[in-house]
Design a protein around this ligand. Sequence first.
Ligand SMILES: [Ca+2]
Ligand SMILES: [Ca+2]
Length: 216
Amino acid sequence: MRPLRAFLLGPLLLVAAAATSPRPEPLLFFGEDWDAADGDFPSARAAHDAFVSYLGRIAREDFEAQRGAVLELPMGGYGARVVGHANDSVSTAVARTPGRRATSHERFFEHGSETLVIVLDRPAEAVGFYGIDVGDAGGVLIMTVAAADGSWERSYPVPHRVVPRGDGQGDAAVLFFGVVAPGVAIERIELRNAGDPGDGFGYDDLIVGQVRRLVS
Ligand SMILES: [Ca+2]
Ligand SMILES: [Ca+2]
């Protein structure tokens, strides 16, 4: 009888836990191509594809029509305000941003300041992006997502590789990082370099969206 008892108790315990536990923690998506200087980034793209597969409504910014450090991005009605500082800017200037490049077309966002803030007009349940040339000069990227009223906030160190400045590895490495938080109204996103301030990051293909829901 013991195996049967275990079989029956397992599902019952799971149901009880689901009924009383708080909202589940977000799903995280990460892939990194550390040696991506020659172009392709299959691991990062696989993480991107898995992230997108969870989403129904989706908006993407490729930065191709943008200029400057402070941006107002329509993003399909989500309305993202990117608040950059000195050393931040949409760029194509590879000569001035060694290692950084676009993952779509030509333009990307160059992040050289400590903290970049993105505020959404309309909340999203999911946020993701490609990061380029992150960690090759001692930088450490931390992403914080938060509800506007301060009722919910999570900070995630992006689990990318890090080598000291001058090491020579990781030039033009590409990563993808995404957070899917069903039922959460994310309205504020922070991207912070908590490591060597001399490590410039590139971002491209910023994605926000809502979780795909089954309709019956
Ligand atoms: Ca682009
Ligand atoms: Ca870098």
